[in-house]
Design a binder for this molecule. Structure first.
Ligand code: NAD
Ligand code: MG
Ligand code: MG
Ligand code: MG
Ligand code: MG
Length: 348
């Protein structure tokens, strides 16, 4: 019942594969009303599912949920009432919320639903055997999950079943994915292990960690060689968005087709000199730490200690020269208006 095999073949589900009836008569408790929570709760409700938002008595999100036309209870009362408990509080507080509000209120046949696998995969939450444990993880920030749904568009997502106590876990998970709009775009079948490990590796090695370090090294190389900080900023940070947009639309080839022949030859011939075998070996080490739980243990104890290392790293990043240069330049140039609009959208 519990996942023990690793599959990498991807099945993709669309609207026609899902039967929304599977959760149409369930009550879903959405715990948390942040990025994912507000989107799941509103999309589920508009798909006709009975939704109760679980929020602490002093939570400022209660007003937001109410003005969005949703009812709320404490996390414990919401969990007690619900058949499906969707755990959408931050990953770092989930074990606590689970222990205090969810576990005492789970009944046989209920569903515990996640949007990321960390706490289940690394055993920070150990559900009883008589509940279903599912994951529906939109591959997108919550404000897009909500906006796409409102525009009759979909958001790609992942579906994983960790535990199928009722025999209906898969149907219910897929129905949940349909109700938040994911099957409109496509839902890829995965496992808690695969989602968790690829997510952590991706954000550490490439998306968040790798890219920011690449930018800082590029910036420092130019500035240390005597070039102006402004030129360095534009070249290694600002232009990155344009390049990424091209890759997002048409893959690596779409990007290579759009840049000059000189950029294409220079990039193709020098890229692997920069990101070389040593970097590949570093990536394999990072992946190993994710796979063997070293990273998870480190992050869990870091949180228990009040995040001293995290705070130090965060401050060092804030104080990097490129941040001051960028702030000044973004104030001077016209694309700031667009960036401001984007911020408003993500804060909605
Ligand atoms: P978030 O930080 O945006 O929102 C968290 C919500 O939980 C807020 O409403 C907050 O008020 C509430 N909360 C915070 N601390 C709490 C506590 N101690 N007790 C009760 N409520 C508390 O979270 P998020 O980014 O939406 O993440 C939720 C889940 O979705 C996580 O598992 C995350 O990994 C996953 N996820 C997030 C994204 C994303 O883009 N943000 C994408 C996919 C999956
Ligand atoms: Mg219940
Ligand atoms: Mg991710
Ligand atoms: Mg992540
Ligand atoms: Mg250039």
């Amino acid at each position: 019942m519990t996942e023990d095999t690793q599959t990498f073949d991807s099945t993709v589900y669309y609207d026609d594969d899902a039967d929304e009836e599977a959760i149409a008569h369930e009550t879903v408790a959405v715990l948390g009303y942040g990025s994912q929570g507000h989107a799941h709760a509103q999309n589920l409700a508009e798909s006709g599912v009975d939704v109760v938002v679980g929020l602490c008595e002093d939570s400022s999100s209660r007003a937001a949920a109410e003005s969005d036309g949703l009812r709320y209870e404490t996390p414990a009362d919401a969990a007690a009432e619900a058949d499906v408990v969707s755990v959408l509080v931050p990953d770092t507080v989930q074990p606590d919320v689970y222990e205090n509000a969810v576990e005492p209120n789970l009944e046989a046949g209920d569903t515990l639903q996640f949007a990321h696998g960390f706490n289940i995969h690394y055993n920070q939450i150990q559900p009883p055997e008589d509940v279903d444990v599912t994951m529906v993880a939109p591959k997108s920030p919550g404000h897009l999950v909500r906006r796409n749904y409102e525009n009759d568009e979909g958001t790609p997502g992942l579906l994983a079943i960790y535990q199928d106590a009722t025999g209906e876990a898969h149907d219910k998970g897929l129905a949940y994915a349909a109700a938040i709009g994911c099957t409109r775009a496509g839902v890829v079948e995965t496992s808690f292990r695969e989602e968790t490990e690829t997510d952590l590796f991706g954000e550490q090695a490439v998306l968040c960690g790798g890219v920011t370090s690449l930018i800082k090294q590029g910036y420092e190389t130019l500035v240390d060689a005597g070039y102006s900080p402004e030129m360095a900023y534009f070249e290694v940070l600002n232009e990155l968005k344009l390049i990424v947009d091209l890759m997002y639309e048409d893959g690596l080839g779409g990007m290579w087709d759009s840049v000059s022949y000189t950029a294409e030859y220079g990039g193709l011939s020098r890229g692997d000199e920069i990101i070389d075998d040593q970097v590949r070996a570093n990536m394999e080490e990072v992946l190993e730490d994710v796979q063997n739980g070293t990273f998870a243990r480190e992050w869990i104890s870091e949180n228990q200690a009040g995040r001293p290392a995290y705070t130090q790293l965060r401050n060092a990043e804030k104080n990097h020269e490129i941040e001051a240069v960028g702030e000044e330049l973004r104030d001077l140039f016209a694309w700031q208006e667009e960036a401001d609009e984007g911020e408003e959208e993500s804060a909605e």
